[in-house]
Design a protein around this ligand. Structure first.
Ligand code: ZN
Length: 597
């Protein structure tokens, strides 16, 4: 679908109402969006309005309706009775209208005070919203086009959204249907707006938040974004749009993105651009969200083919939608020349470390992690590290293994890129949802081999990933670096002047002795210890030594005798083999595009 087909008001059936929203924000300091819904030509006895409980791309029921207030409904200056049928469902009685056909007006306010890519934010500097958190879905008419007029509070505020404008109408935009409205974030304010082209398609970068020019250097940023777009377009054989919008929020410490078909929203620390490593992470975020315009926005798991905005949409395949995207967000900046193979391997080592130091990888299979995203990944607790593995990180690791497996078997003539292209051609272009079986079939067809065993072990099972078996043909190996101190098994941080134990790893000495996440760490062997001193203090002991650990547990002073265990690897690196063969050198160069050194 292209922008050209996005505006088609002439296709409205005569029986369907015209749906028209107005979004005003006369007092931005109140954080209240004032929304008016006009329905012209409505003729049914009741009108059902439902606010989505979640937004695609962020798999958590967020209960957007909790921010809605001051609901009212009118027709021809008469108030209409209404009642709520559930937390997100409003029903208006429209039968009292004389002729049965009328213009209805619904008014409500939405509190917008959460700055994230998936929520709404309004203050004196800007307004930002996601359709799912602001607009009602009308179940009978969700395929109807929807018009949205924005009323900025000040004349200098302008509007950026991927939706096409309605010609001749100020700040008025048209969405093809409700899905498109939900998929089109709005940025309203005095944000910087940069225009650029790639492959003849127009792109915009809107930047809100102080700090952009002091360290973000839009010119350099845009040049690197252009390279990323080119690399990804090459992978998928072109760009499936006419216009794409990057919305960038510079904030104090946020770090996140939300993908859309024609846009992405990015939230990044305002001072996170000058240091090279932070800049590279930002480019990975760009590569990630942009990759999603294919993988997950168009190449969708079956359960996400048609969104159910009223409840959870369960799929075991988010490991492919998110994890494979995460693998490519590491690979693409390398291909785009934003960093070199050394940085890539460093980054890979960090990702492997994250995976290998999460004990939950031995408990939760990857497909289950995906399925339970709604109750687990987005709702971490003290036990999450022990019982769960993120489908992002393990999905990334499994994608790495699959890429290496395919490349090795086909001398780099085939790769995971071919899987992506095939998924795009077979499912993405026509937006047909894929089943887990179909995904496996496509991967097997590219790999040219049966992968039942691979999926059983690493996707549906919890067997350890054999990194070295897959890295070795590329002249590489994963090595763990042993800590210089014996293992206690806690992670502690300093919070509000207290030393807090945030995580106790199952099976470790601390765990077995009864130390709990949430305990306040006080002393080792009677001497005060802080979170930052902890590793150093443990260096004074040997494995097998018994120490006294004193904590406050729910205000009670407790001392635990803990027998320390052997040191463990808490850091992993991917390094080159000492004497790689010519085949290994060839494989490496075919994968990463530079000679193995
Ligand atoms: Zn993602």
């Amino acid at each position: 679908m292209t922008e050209a087909t996005a505006v088609r008001p002439s296709s409205i059936p005569s029986t369907a109402p015209m749906i028209y929203y107005q979004v005003a924000m006369p007092q931005p300091e109140s954080h209240l969006f004032e929304v008016t819904l006009h329905l012209k030509g409505y003729s049914l006895p009741v009108l059902d309005l439902k606010l989505p409980v979640w937004t695609p791309g962020s798999y958590l029921v967020r209960e957007y309706a909790k921010h809605l207030q001051d609901f009212s409904a009118q027709a021809e200056e008469k108030s209409l009775p209404w009642r709520k049928l559930s937390k997100n469902h409003w029903r208006i009685e429209t039968a009292i209208l004389d002729n049965g056909v009328s213009t209805l007006t619904v008014r409500y306010r939405v509190f917008a005070h959460e700055l994230s890519v998936r929520t709404n934010h309004l203050d004196t500097t800007h307004g930002y919203f996601n359709g799912a958190a602001l607009f009602f879905r009308i179940p009978e008419f969700e395929k109807q086009p929807i018009r949205v007029a924005i009323v900025p509070p000040r004349p200098e505020w302008h509007v950026t959204t991927p939706l096409p404008v309605v010609p001749g109408q100020l700040n008025t935009f048209q969405a093809l249907d409700f899905d498109t409205l939900v998929d089109s974030p709005f940025e309203i304010g005095c944000h910087e707006l940069h225009h650029f082209e790639v492959l003849g398609k127009s792109h915009e970068l809107a930047i809100w938040g102080l700090g952009a020019n002091s360290n973000a250097e839009p010119v350099r940023m845009i040049s690197d974004i252009q390279k990323i777009i080119q690399v990804e377009a090459q992978m998928f054989g072109g760009l499936p749009y006419e216009r794409y919008v990057f919305l960038l929020h510079l904030s104090s410490q946020g770090n996140g993105g939300l993908e859309h078909k024609y846009a992405c929203s990015l939230n990044y620390p305002r001072f996170g651009f000058r240091a090279q490593d932070k800049y590279e992470r930002f480019m990975q975020l760009v590569a990630h969200e942009f990759f999603h315009l294919w993988n997950v926005k168009r190449i969708r798991p079956k359960a996400l083919e048609v969104f159910d905005y009223d409840q959870e949409n369960y799929t075991p395949s988010l490991w492919f939608s998110e994890g494979t995207t995460s693998y490519y967000d590491l690979v693409i900046p390398l291909r785009a020349g934003i960093y070199d193979a050394k940085s890539f391997l460093n980054g890979l080592g960090k990702e492997i470390t994250r995976f290998q130091t999460t004990p939950g990888r031995r408990v939760q299979p990857l497909s289950e992690s995906s399925f339970d995203a709604w109750i687990k990944l987005y709702r971490p607790d003290a036990n999450s590290g022990n019982s769960q593995i993120s489908y992002y990180i393990k999905g990334e690791m499994v994608s790495l293994l699959l890429d290496l497996l395919i490349r090795e078997q086909h001398g780099n003539e085939r790769s995971l890129d071919d899987v992506m292209l095939k998924m795009w051609q077979q499912f993405g272009q026509a937006e047909i949802g894929f089943t887990p079986e179909q995904l496996q079939e496509v991967i097997e067809s590219v790999a040219g081999t049966d992968l039942d065993d691979f999926f059983k072990r690493y996707v549906d099972g919890t067997e350890e990933l054999p990194f070295n078996q897959y890295l070795e043909p590329f002249g590489l190996q994963m090595v763990g670096e042993e800590e210089e101190f014996p293992t206690l098994g806690v992670k502690a941080i300093t919070e509000n002047g207290r030393e807090l134990i945030k995580f106790v790893e199952s099976g470790t000495p601390a765990y077995l002795s009864g130390i709990d996440a949430g305990d306040e760490l006080l002393a080792i062997d009677g001497i005060r210890v802080t979170a930052t001193q902890l590793s150093d203090r443990l260096k004074d002991y040997q494995p097998g030594d018994t120490i006294q650990v004193t904590v406050f547990h729910q205000e009670e002073l407790r001392t635990h005798s803990v027998t320390l265990a052997a040191p463990r690897s808490n850091r992993y690196q991917v390094i080159t083999l000492e004497y790689p063969s010519s085949v290994q050198k060839q494989n490496f160069e075919g994968w990463l595009g530079v000679p193995l050194t």
